[in-house]
Design a binder for this molecule. Sequence first.
Ligand SMILES: Nc1nc2c(ncn2[C@@H]2O[C@H](COP(=O)(O)OP(=O)(O)O)[C@@H](O)[C@H]2O)c(=O)[nH]1
Ligand SMILES: [Mg+2]
Length: 276
Amino acid sequence: MNVIEKKCGFVSITGLPNAGKSTLINNLVNEKVSIISHKVQTTQNAIRGVFTKSHSQIIFTDTPGLILPSTFFKKQLSRAIFNNTYESDINLVVFDPNRKISEKEKEILKKLIRTSKNNFLIINKIDLVKKTELLKISKKYNHLFDFQKTFMISALKKKGLNELIEVIMSKLPKNKWLYDKKDKTDQKNEFIFSEITREKVFQLINKEIPYDITITTEINSNKITQFIFVKKTSQKPILIGKEGKKIKEIGMRARRDIQKKINRRIYLELKVKISK
Ligand SMILES: Nc1nc2c(ncn2[C@@H]2O[C@H](COP(=O)(O)OP(=O)(O)O)[C@@H](O)[C@H]2O)c(=O)[nH]1
Ligand SMILES: [Mg+2]
């Protein structure tokens, strides 16, 4: 009998904040599993996105951007990223070629790359940078760090993603699949809906709201209620806006994305609360 053995592996997506990691995971698995923002540190938990094709399954994990571990919270976050990549089969290190890296960041990246196996250099946002510049950057980073392969992609424009998937698939270990063929993530709808609304808050409100707002979601058939918890009383009117315009716009955009995700109409109610 001719049985094709299944392959399955873990691929972590790492790099500095704003490099395009979340955009990449969403476009690799063709579904919004992680939220995008120009604001740094929006991805708080390690988020999984699953890609399955013929006999191969790739489990991607999006991580919060690497940050200099200055506070206890950041130290924990940073440790979580390192643990995650340590267990991965491949580590994609994503760079924004428009951004210079500091000496401290260089050290952190070196440590990350040293403790991970199969590191791939991913130069993202090639739609914004000249080819000659990209080659220079590739040379520089390959000299600085120990990469097995280099890819130049645009996560946003979906350029170079198929090639990346092909190479990853060729390196997957023989393993049982962990997810069903049709699964794209292991997150519950409640979590995904909260993340969608969090993304809209960041899109519509700039500096006044910190990234550590909490959103909870309750689903009651077609009625969804979300509580947005802010830390300070002063943040509440900012979220609500003049005559409730801000919160209305947040709700409209979130509802649109949620409906697209589950393919049916819903009623969305948002409530802003001060967390104790
Ligand atoms: N022009 C361009 N922008 C991108 C690309 N990939 C990501 N971005 C933008 O970069 C910003 C940060 O993206 P995000 O995925 O949240 O980065 P993360 O912090 O690494 O997860 C967003 O505004 C994205 O739209 C790309 O390939 N080209
Ligand atoms: Mg992100």
